[in-house]
Ligand binder design. Structure first.
Ligand code: G3P
Ligand code: MG
Length: 227
């Protein structure tokens, strides 16, 4: 029995999360899927970082959107790393791994994030290698309006009939749910609707083991070696 694992923000135990080193280390370890987070710089370039601010991961401070991509690049991280652009990441990972690209859109805080991210993905010719995810319904509806072909999926804590109906309406191929709310009922519903279900973020060995009983569910983890 195998479980499909997804490397959350790369290999964060080894290299700073959401950096090229982190992603390439996950590939090196044999992971076939990874998750990363995207914001928009001041000059409208999709950049890969989790937080809305740069304080936790770099030697700088302030909001991502206050800086151009070039300025963001100049802030230092551990292991001599920097905040990469999405373009840079796709270029480095093309043909190596499937990508779950999470849009850190929130209430329209990044007016053109969806267009810009799609431009980068299509420019790299990697539509078949990605799924675009978000907690933000509007962002995903906008992505679907821009592209009929790209795979999309909601990120949610718990599920509901309304979420499943919405997923069908926007032709979502994916659903990213907090592991604590994954039930047999929702696993079956997703299977019936042709939706790939992913549980986030499972780091405890005891919880990982329980997912052996749910082979159709992908598991997102920070603990790549433990997995
Ligand atoms: O995609 C699942 C998970 O990454 C969502 O939460 O905060 O880790 O981006 P977060
Ligand atoms: Mg994420």
């Amino acid at each position: 029995m195998t479980i499909q694992a997804v490397a959350h923000r790369g290999y964060p135990k080894k290299y700073p999360e959401n950096t090229l080193s982190s992603f390439l280390a996950a590939v090196e370890l044999g992971f076939t899927h990874l998750e990363l987070d995207v914001h928009l710089s001041k000059d409208g370039i999709p950049v890969v970082i989790h937080d809305h601010t740069i304080d936790r991961m770099t030697n700088g401070s302030g909001r991502v959107v206050e800086y151009t991509a070039e300025e963001l690049r100049s802030f230092q991280m551990e292991h001599d790393e920097h905040i990469p652009t999405l373009k840079e990441v796709l270029h480095a990972l093309q043909g190596k791994i499937q990508l779950n690209i999470e849009l850190k859109q929130m209430g329209g805080c990044y007016p053109e994030l969806e267009e810009r991210v799609l431009d980068v993905i299509t420019g790299a010719g990697m539509l078949d290698e990605v799924v675009i995810t978000s907690f933000d319904f509007d962002a995903l509806e906008k992505v679907r309006g821009l592209s009929e072909d790209v795979r999309i999926g909601l990120i949610t804590f718990s599920c509901s009939k309304a979420i499943l109906n919405w997923s069908q309406e926007v032709k979502a191929a994916f659903l990213s749910m907090h592991y604590g709310f994954v039930t047999n009922h929702y696993i079956q519903q997703c299977e019936q609707q042709g939706i790939q279900l992913m549980a986030w973020t499972i780091n405890e060995a005891s919880i990982m083991k329980t997912f052996i009983d749910y082979p159709s569910v992908w598991v997102c983890t920070d603990e790549l070696e433990r997995f």
